[in-house]
Design a protein. Structure first.
Length: 280
């Protein structure tokens, strides 16, 4: 298939960038990635001090070529400026991927000899690419047993210890969200890889039926709330154990996640995982 581009605002309303009637995005550059790196020279070798992503920019030309190109251009500008947040959607034969971004440059031009507007644009990216497929599964108790409902690649590992193996196929550690429902006492989530504990978060509270914990380690949306039976949220971050790295991500590759509490397993746990890619 031919690749396609769209913009999407916070209400899920899309603006196609695949036709001159709404704007044809041409000659895009910056769809890959680049890294910031620092090295120390030791003898004839170079020891890496750090390696991290640079903020990416995507530059392109938007062509408006209808019978009323100025009006088409004006409609596009109105859509962008009415949005609080925007995503650039990149659709290829590998799937559909999102990237949070801001339109930071728009070069308004006059009609060319071909009677079209060729407007240079620049987007500053605020995230890596991520899939529109939500990785989500539910662990729940039914008649004294656990039911595992997987809608993404996860493998049951050890029933007795209520563990699952998660495969993070993204390019960087994956942030995730949790919903832990009562009744349970002092629930914990523990992540191990190759037999070594990497991270844990412990929620020192008794959750009654109708109460829950809401937790997120997703960049830009980190939180931990306790929600009572009336739906009232209270900040629970200050109650977490300061000896743990309480907001962590799942490593690249396979890792093992254990859901525990003083009462065995929580009544119901919902986990949503977000995989990010440097390039797609």
């Amino acid at each position: 298939m031919i690749r396609q581009f769209y913009l999407e605002n916070e209400y899920g309303q899309r603006w196609g960038l695949n036709s001159p009637t709404s704007g044809l995005l041409t000659k895009p550059s910056g769809l890959g990635y680049s890294m910031d790196a620092s090295y120390a020279s030791i003898g004839h070798s170079f020891i890496r001090n750090y390696l991290k992503e640079k903020q990416q920019s995507i530059s392109a030309t938007l062509i408006f070529g209808t019978e009323s190109p100025y009006k088409a251009c004006s409609n596009f500008i109105a859509y962008v400026n009415a949005a609080e947040s925007l995503k650039l959607i990149y659709k290829t034969d590998a799937g559909e991927y999102y990237r949070d971004m801001d339109l930071v440059e728009f070069g308004k031009t006059e009609k060319t000899e071909a009677k079209v507007l060729e407007c240079p644009v620049k987007f500053n990216c605020r995230s890596l690419f991520y899939s529109n497929q939500v990785d989500r599964f539910v662990v729940s108790r039914s008649k004294g047993e656990l039911r595992w409902d997987f809608t993404w690649p996860a493998r049951f590992n050890d029933y007795g210890f209520r563990r699952v193996v998660i495969e993070n196929t993204g390019h960087v550690p994956a942030g995730f969200e949790l919903e832990i429902y009562g009744y349970c006492e002092n629930p914990s989530v523990i992540v191990t890889q190759n037999g070594k504990e990497l991270s844990r978060v412990h929620f020192p509270t008794i959750l009654q039926v109708g109460e829950k914990i809401l937790y997120s380690s997703v960049d830009g949306n980190i939180y931990c709330y306790r929600v009572d039976e009336r739906g009232v949220e209270s900040n629970f971050s200050d109650s977490l154990d300061i000896n743990n790295t309480n907001f962590f991500k799942l490593p690249v590759g396979d890792s093992q996640i254990e859901f525990t509490s003083d009462t065995g397993a929580s009544n119901r746990t919902v986990m949503t995982i977000y995989r990010f890619y440097r390039a797609v």
